[in-house]
Design a protein around this ligand. Structure first.
Ligand code: BES
Ligand code: ZN
Ligand code: ZN
Length: 497
């Protein structure tokens, strides 16, 4: 969706009016609104027919032409940037073919961050995944565009802010496209090819693909064990932005199971189709790299995605197998459905040993237990560094993509190292605390920086997005399917804005 800024007062197409609760009149700077429509709007407001409650909408069709969409921002004293973002998304969600495809938004405020958030909400919500549908005649209707009227003095700041938001949203939409792609077309090497094609568009990005044979040679036992039972072999994809920059840099790691059947520990059939989203972690980091490249971020960032398809097969791994990971540590595989942690063990180790990591953040649709704990309302957030975890939590709150602090406890770690025949096991001892034991398992595979007495922890965070990457019905930024969550969190966290 294209959003432009204009310091004029003209109204083109349908007028969009964001209003607080109790607003009594239309602003004076809405020139070009037909008189009849203007008085219709004022009547509706004065009579209290439109109350301005958060995310309520009302459409008005002027007796003498002109159309308007009123959208509520809720109580002024309670409203914040999130109210604006949600109102913007609501306008797009409620947009009907009887409205014009061209919108003009007139605000009561000149607050640049608030207006930018509204535009961001509109752009985020203007998304469809329909490439597998036969084109219908009415699909040919013009794409939505919006113009935002503002004071002359704000126009250039607002244009800059909205252009940046649009670039970031391109990363969110890429993440959704990847997550929504059906698993017959989204498999490990297909993801790698998409990454290579993407890299060709930018001079400052590089993509390296570690294919199955190379992964085997390098000793990536976790990735290999999970992916070997599929005819579509696993791979690791490494994205580098601004690789010529020296010094420490962030590294993101993504779980990329393009389909999770559970393997030999086969999942029940109901809703198994949803396991195409099990590469949501990889989609998140790919989308983040797109967003960073699109805003022309000029510092170095690396992302590692661990891609595999988890299939039951004659050559699949078995419960009871002991595998050796890139770290040299062995894992007793007690359940082949706990596969995400196996591929991540190699990704995390690689991140901490082959690069000069400032910090490592992994994203994974890791456990059903995290969905039990937090529902679809928050991502689970674990870290080996309290301050680091708090900063990620703050960034997530700032952009309206909540990540909630969870405990990384020694008792959980002990549970995961208690194997009779290997260094670690991939399954906790019981049913309880499954998201925490998974996080504690991952911690084993985050290397330290330096050696001996000088060794120190690399700040690391794990984000379990099993509940937030899809099925998040209260997420107003998306209709259904993949949410693209945390691309914006990461842009905020990495760039500081
Ligand atoms: N991909 C699943 C986790 C998942 C479940 C994501 C539901 C989204 C929605 C993961 O690989 C898995 O199967 N985890 C098991 C772990 C268990 C065997 C220890 C789980 O959560 O049941
Ligand atoms: Zn699984
Ligand atoms: Zn999985």
């Amino acid at each position: 969706m294209q959003v432009t800024v204009s310091s004029g007062n003209n109204i083109n197409g349908t007028l969009v009016l964001p209003l607080f609760e109790g607003s009594q009149t239309i602003t004076d700077n809405a020139e070009g609104v037909p008189m009849a429509l203007k008085s219709q709007i004022n009547r509706v407001l004065n009579n209290g027919d439109f109350k301005g409650k958060a995310n309520s909408v009302m459409s008005l069709y002027g007796a003498e032409g002109g159309k308007a969409i009123l959208v509520g921002l809720g109580k002024e004293e309670k409203s914040d940037i999130h109210s604006y973002r949600e109102a913007g998304a609501t306008v797009v969600a409620q947009h009907k073919s009887s409205h014009d495809s061209e919108l003009t938004v007139v605000f009561h405020t000149s607050d640049v961050p608030a207006i930018t958030a509204f535009a961001e909400g509109m752009m985020m919500r203007d998304y469809k995944y329909d490439i597998y549908k036969k084109a219908e005649d009415d699909d040919e209707k013009a794409p939505l565009t919006a113009r935002i009227n503002c004071n002359e003095g704000d126009a250039s700041a607002l244009t800059l802010a909205i252009d940046r938001a649009s670039a970031v949203v391109s990363g969110v939409h890429l993440s959704r496209d990847l997550g929504n792609c059906p698993p017959n077309d989204m498999y490990p090497m297909a993801f790698a090819e998409m990454a290579e094609k993407w890299a060709a568009e930018y001079d400052n990005v590089k993509v390296e693909v570690i294919d199955y044979e190379t992964a085997k040679r390098h000793g990536m036992g976790g990735l290999v064990a999970v992916g070997m039972g599929s005819s579509r072999k696993p791979c690791m994809v490494i994205f580098t932005l601004n690789g010529d920059q020296k010094g420490r840099h962030p590294i993101l790691v993504g779980k990329g199971i393009t389909f999770d059947t559970g393997g030999i520990s086969l999942k029940p059939g109901a809703n198994m189709d949803e396991m195409k989203y099990d590469m949501g972690g990889s989609a998140t980091v790919f989308g983040t790299m797109q967003a960073l490249a699109a805003i022309a971020y000029d510092k170095k960032v690396v992302a590692i995605t661990c891609m595999a398809e988890n299939m039951p097969a004659a050559n699949a791994q078995r419960p009871g197998d002991v595998i050796k990971t890139l770290s040299g540590k062995t894992i007793e595989v007690l359940n082949t459905d706990a596969e995400g942690r196996l591929v991540l063990s190699d990704g995390l180790w690689k991140a901490g040993t082959d690069f000069d990591a400032e910090y490592i953040i992994d994203f994974a649709t890791l456990t059903g237990a995290c969905v039990v704990a937090l529902g679809h309302e928050a991502t689970g957030l674990w870290s080996n560094d309290d301050d680091f975890r708090t900063r990620i939590h703050e960034a997530s709150k700032d952009v309206g993509e909540l990540a909630w602090p969870m405990p990384l406890l020694p008792a959980f770690e002990k549970e995961m190292t208690n194997s009779k025949i290997a260094d670690t096991r991939n399954l906790g001892a019981g049913r309880y605390g499954g998201a925490n034991t998974a996080a504690a398992f991952l911690k084993q595979f985050v290397p330290q920086r330096g050696e001996g007495d000088d060794a120190e922890d690399i700040p690391w965070a794990h984000m379990d997005i099993a509940g937030t990457y899809w099925g998040a019905k209260t997420n107003k930024m998306v209709n259904h399917g993949a949410t693209g969550v945390h691309v914006r969190t990461m842009v905020k966290f990495i760039t500081g804005q």
